[in-house]
Design a protein around this ligand. Structure first.
Ligand code: KIV
Length: 293
């Protein structure tokens, strides 16, 4: 049996806003965020009651097959945001600002964040980086667009940082993370993604800032967790990161279905009688008495 994809009323669930996430932190309720890149998975995420969907630039890797997130453009992500916004009604929808859509100038940052909200129909944006993007975060927030920060491993600048090294292993590295988080909070960020940060560092940052922290590969003490959908459902063939848990193996289900389909077509078993349309043996004469203007 298939799943009903029409967005439901969420069981009377209220729309999640940045204020909701803030309240969840204050009340010690864990925040659930997941990436989504299309209408059906957005509608399913909504039905599953996740608090927030992120149209991550990971789309470039897990859907478009790029080696990194660096080539992803605003033009590629906007239609994806629109599709997700049609499916995810209740979760807070966040668009990920791709590499070079906000770094070159404050004007670029504000203009592109505006495009995500106006053309992509998301309610917030995410930007990667610490102190170096604080000015952009405050400019975007000042025009009324909520911004989610992202520190620790930041894939857009992994080349400069020497790859995907875990952050927060030393006292110096922890102090740097805490300082970056504080600077993003002061700039107006409504939350911060902590990617591949030691559990100890993530706990310190989470205690230090008043805004929610959302961990990915950063241990148990963040205010919430985010994972890439394709890692959760087993639909990224290249690898599953150590920090992700695979809850199903959708890739194998698709493969088995396609194997069966191909065999049945080749063996003439599909289509069967129930799939065909036939000539009507007793066609009714057309009613010409009513004008159809
Ligand atoms: O692009 C993305 O999916 C992300 C998450 C992993 C946080 O940035």
């Amino acid at each position: 049996m298939g799943i009903e994809l029409t967005p439901s009323d969420g069981g009377g669930r209220k729309k999640v806003s940045v204020k909701t996430l803030q309240r969840m932190k204050t009340q010690g309720q864990r925040i659930v965020m997941v990436t989504s890149y299309d209408y059906p998975t957005a509608a399913i995420a909504d039905q599953a009651g996740v608090d927030s969907v992120l149209v991550g630039d990971s789309y470039g890797m897990v859907v478009l097959g790029y080696e990194t997130t660096i080539p992803v453009t605003v033009e590629e992500l906007l239609p994806v945001c629109r599709a997700v916004s049609r499916g995810a009604e209740h979760p807070l929808r966040i668009g990920d600002m791709p590499f070079m859509s906000f770094q070159a100038s404050i004007e670029d940052a504000v203009r592109n964040a505006g495009r995500f909200v106006k053309e992509g129909n998301v309610e917030a944006v995410k930007v990667e980086g610490g102190n170096e993007v604080s000015e952009m975060v405050s400019a975007i927030s000042r025009v009324g667009i909520p911004v989610l920060g992202h520190i620790g491993v930041t894939p857009q600048t992994a080349n400069l940082q020497g790859g995907y090294r875990i952050r927060g292993k030393t006292a110096e590295s922890i102090s740097k993370l805490v300082a970056e988080a504080v600077s993003l909070e002061s700039a107006g960020a409504f939350g911060i993604v902590l990617e591949m940060v030691t559990e100890e560092a993530a706990e310190m940052v989470t205690k230090k800032v008043g805004i929610p922290t959302i961990g990915i590969g950063s241990g148990r003490f963040c205010d919430g967790q985010v994972l890439v959908l394709h890692d959760i459902i087993g639909l990224f063939p290249k690898f599953t990161p150590k920090f992700a848990r695979r809850y199903s193996d959708v890739g194998s289900i698709i493969k088995a279905s396609l194997d069966r389909y191909a065999n049945e077509v080749r063996e003439g078993k599909f289509p069967a009688k129930e799939h065909v349309f036939n000539v009507d043996p007793n066609p009714k004469p057309r009613d010409t008495s009513v004008r159809n203007n």
